[in-house]
Design a protein around this ligand. Structure first.
Ligand SMILES: Nc1ncnc2c1ncn2[C@@H]1O[C@H](COP(=O)(O)OP(=O)(O)OP(=O)(O)O)[C@@H](O)[C@H]1O
Ligand SMILES: Nc1nc2c(ncn2[C@@H]2O[C@H](COP(=O)(O)O)[C@@H](O)[C@H]2O)c(=O)[nH]1
Length: 433
């Protein structure tokens, strides 16, 4: 695919939006526009004459417009002192109207602007200007499998943010099993033995805390209405109604652990495991089963944390979960928790045999505090990022190559596997190259 078919992007300053348009990087002249895009038709130049340009980093606002089929995705953001925002809207060429999509995922904090580039017709690569390398590469998914699925579920236009992360992390482990089987006990042993290598994904729940349970440690205990809103806002990787309460794994709960280079451990029910299986998170799924139903009942009662009514409910659900766990392709491994120590040893053996558990791949560029002037596609999977240390001094202009050939994951969550390396020396102001 050639460069021009990829890079059909324009950027312009918010302040000058109603009066004029600047093509900054290609020496285009000033183009007059008398059209306000909000709620009205987009000007013809936006729809027919898009070309690559860069945002003006001196201005407080920035917009990029990228054509994907009949739609133009406008990403606009601004940062002035305390206020900072980034929004997405879509101009539909067929209906000639603006659509404000449901925006899922954690969005970037806009700083001095951004550049945008269409990748494979399903996502935009957004490079934030003047930001560190670990926060400058983002993806806005506009027609990825996840976004297509969400469009169907929500019945609206949907876009989803995903942060680009350099290198890979060990695969998360999803641990499921009926209530009382010993998941928490096994996970506690792992966390105790490997505190620097394993991290627990702290779920949200609407159930009341048990004695000795701490908010933010065992769970994020929350109100149903707040959790439901966060689910609608796309902040959850999965959620389910379990034993009468709402439980869910937020994207941040998993990514906070994974970003720190640790293996993330999720303790979730079978419905949650199914949702994660269907998501972009590449994980290992383990089901813990009891030696017998009677032993399960004994453990649940002996724990003494539930009322009789709740115990009955959990046991009813356990039968269904034990059945569902047999669904082909859902769990990678089934471990019987009869003797605790033997089960724990087997769990450790499984984790040790996972070949993805390499240390985090270290990027060849560590910190980028640079003005990104623009980005362009060089070849499939490789993208050039033009940047400069000072923002205006041509002498410090330089090039970074972003290799996206082994991207993994994506919204909701992180897009991992990026590799960034310098094609030229970047001079003062950029460290670690
Ligand atoms: N192998 C085992 N043998 C005997 N008792 C066990 C074993 N494993 C765990 N237990 C005990 O069983 C009880 C339930 O264990 P745990 O709380 O870890 O279950 P769980 O699967 O995390 O339950 P829930 O899903 O409700 O959180 C605890 O009292 C624990 O000490
Ligand atoms: N789908 C999800 N299930 C979860 C999550 N966090 C916990 N759980 C499961 O709920 C039951 C009950 O837990 P308890 O702490 O009330 O005993 C248990 O099976 C857990 O695995 C979650 O985020 N999502």
């Amino acid at each position: 695919m050639n460069f021009s078919s990829y890079a059909r992007v324009i950027c312009f300053c918010v302040d000058d939006w109603l009066r004029s348009l600047f093509f900054l990087s290609r020496g285009k002249g000033r183009i007059r526009s008398s059209t306000n895009l909000m709620g009205e038709e987009a000007p013809e130049y936006l729809l027919n004459n898009l070309e690559l340009a860069a945002c003006d980093s001196e201005s407080t606002g920035c917009r990029t417009a990228t054509i994907v089929g009949n739609k133009t995705y406008v990403v606009e953001g601004s940062e002035d002192g305390s206020k900072s925002w980034i929004n997405v809207k879509i101009f539909d060429k067929l209906t000639r109207s603006w659509v404000f999509p449901t925006v899922l995922g954690i969005k970037p904090v806009q700083q001095k602007g951004h550049s945008a580039l269409l990748l494979k017709n399903e996502q935009l690569l957004i490079v934030k200007m003047d930001s560190t390398l670990d926060d400058c590469i983002w993806f806005l998914e506009v027609d990825s499998p996840f976004v297509k699925e969400q469009k169907e579920i929500l019945g609206t236009e949907v876009v989803a943010w995903s942060k680009g992360v350099i290198g890979n992390a060990p695969k998360p482990i999803v641990i499921s099993g009926p209530s009382g089987v010993g998941k928490g006990t096994l996970i506690n042993k792992l966390m105790k033995e490997f505190p620097s290598r394993c991290g627990f994904s702290v779920s949200h729940t609407t159930r009341a805390p048990r004695e000795k349970e701490l908010d933010g440690v065992h769970y994020h205990f929350t109100e149903r209405s707040i959790m439901e809103k966060d689910i609608r806002d796309g902040k959850f990787l999965e959620f389910a109604s379990v034993h009468g309460n709402l439980y869910g794994t937020s994207i941040e709960a998993v990514e906070a652990v994974t970003d720190s280079g640790k293996r993330c451990i999720l303790d979730i029910d079978v419905q949650g495991a199914k949702s994660v299986r269907a998501s972009s998170l590449d994980a290992i799924f383990i089901f813990i089963t009891p030696p017998s139903f009677e032993e399960l009942e004994k453990r649940l009662r002996a724990r003494g944390t539930e009322t009789e009514e709740q115990v009955q409910k959990r046991l009813r659900n356990a039968r269904a979960e034990l059945d569902e766990a047999k669904s082909p392709g859902l769990f990678d491994h089934i471990l019987v928790n009869d003797d605790l120590e033997s089960c724990y040893e087997n769990l450790k053996k499984l984790l040790a045999s996972d070949e993805t558990a390499d240390p985090l791949c270290q990027p060849s560029v560590k910190i980028l505090k640079a003005h990104v002037s623009h980005i362009e596609s060089k070849a499939d999977h490789k993208t050039l990022i033009h940047c400069s240390a000072s923002g205006t001094n041509a002498a410090t202009h330089s090039l970074l190559m972003l290799d996206m050939s082994s991207l993994k994951g994506g919204a909701p969550g992180r897009t991992r596997g990026l590799d960034v390396y310098a094609l030229e020396s970047l001079g003062d102001g950029l460290n670690g190259i």
